[in-house]
Design a protein around this ligand. Sequence first.
Ligand code: PA5
Length: 448
Amino acid sequence: MENISLHLDKVYSFVPSENIVAYKEAAEKQNIALRDKSGKGNDFLGWVDLPSSISESLLEEVEKVSLKLQSKHLEVFVVIGIGGSYLGSKAVIDALSDSFAQIKGSFEAPLVVFAGQNISEDYLFELRDLLDNKEWACAIISKSGTTTEPALAFRLLKQDLEDKYGVEEARKRIIAITDESRGALKTLANEEGYKTFVIPDDVGGRYSVLTPVGLIAIAIAGFNVRELVNGAKSMELACGADVPFEENIAAQYAAARNALYKSGKKVEIMVNYNPKLHFFAEWWKQLYGESEGKELKGIFPASVDFSSDLHSMGQYIQEGERILFETVLSVENVNNEVLVPEDKADLDKLNFLAGKRVDYVNKMAELGTSIAHVDGGVPNIRISIPKLNEYYLGQLIYFFEIACGISGYILDVNPFDQPGVEAYKKNMFALLEKPGFEKETAEIKARL
Ligand code: PA5
C-alpha cells in the first residue's frame, strides 16, 4: 500500500525551505513530548497510540452491535452529538458515501443522520417528521454527558422512540457512548440499561474518531472500520517519533505551517476538489481551531470546496488580503469513470474535451488554480491521497491529529483543552435563567 504524501514545493517561494527546516529540532522534540507525555495537556494523550492499541475485542463488539442493529432493518440511524462527538464520523461517512445516498437509499445499511449538533427547532421538527415513518435507532454521544445541544435532542428523540416502539424496545435501539464512570449520560445509561461504549478518559472529543465515538456510526453506515484503523496504524508508524524529520510528513507539515504563520500567513484554507470531502474539512477545522486558537495565538482554519467556491471565494483568495495559505486535499484516483461526450453542434465549444475524463478536467482546474494562487501570493501545501477509501482516510485522520499535536506544542499552547468554549455556555445559561446562574443572569440582563 502507498501512503498519503505531503508536497511543499509551492511554499518555498514564500518561505524558503531553510525556514521550514529551522523547525526540525522543535518538531522532533515535540513529537517525542507527545509520546512520552511530557508536554502540556498530557492527561489527554490517549489518542497518540490509539490506532495500534485498539483491541480486537472492541472492534468485534463494534461490528457485532452494528450487525445487530442492521438486523432490525433500520432505515435511519441517528447520531446525536456535537463537536468531536459527531464531526469525525460525519467526515468519514460523507467521504465514503454515494453523493446521493440520501435520495437513493440503500438496502444494505441505514442512512446515518445527525442531531444535537445545533439547536434549530426547524431541524429537529423536520428530523422527527422523517423518523415518524421510518425504522430507526440512535446513538447518544457525549463525553461529558452534560452538553446542552445533544442532551436536548436526545430528550426529544428518546421520547419519540419510546412512543413508537415502547420503553423496552426503545432501550434496545439506543446506544450510549460516554465517559466510563462520570456524567449524567452514564447515570441514565446505567438506569435504562442501554448498550454502552466508553470514551477513554485520556482522549478528548476532537481526537476521538478512532474510538467508539466515530467507529460505531461508521460501521453502522456500512464501512470497514478495520481498514480505517489499519490506515491510521500505518500513519502512527510513518509519523513516529523515531522517524527523522526528512521522512516524517506530520513533522514537516507542522513545521511548514508554523513557518508560514511566522511569515504573516494567519489563515489556512483547506481546499478540496471533491464535495465528498466537505465535512472532512469541517472535522479538520475543529481539530486545529480548538487545539491551537488560544492565548491570542493560532492560525485560523477555513475551508472551501473547489471548483464551486472558485466562483465565490476564489476572488478573495486570488486578490484579497495576503494573509492566506492553502492546504489542498488532492485525490489521485477517483472511483468511477465519466467521459466527456462529443456534441455535433458544439455550441458550448467543449468538443476539444470529447473523450477525456471529467476527472482530467478537474485535475487541470486544480493545477491551474494552484499556479494562479501561488502567483497571487498564496502559498500552497498539497496532500496527495491515492484514493478515497477507509484506509487512506485512516491515514489522513492520524496524520492531521499528530501534526496538530506537534504544531500546537511548537506554538506553545495546550492543544488538548478548549477553555474558550465555556464563554457562550455561561451567557446562554444566564439568559435561559438556569438555576444556579442567578448572578450571571442579573449581570447579563443589566447589559441588554
Ligand atoms: O473536542 C472537544 O472536546 C469538544 O469539541 C467536544 O467534542 C464537544 O464540545 C462535545 O462535548 P461532549 O462530547 O462532552 O458532549
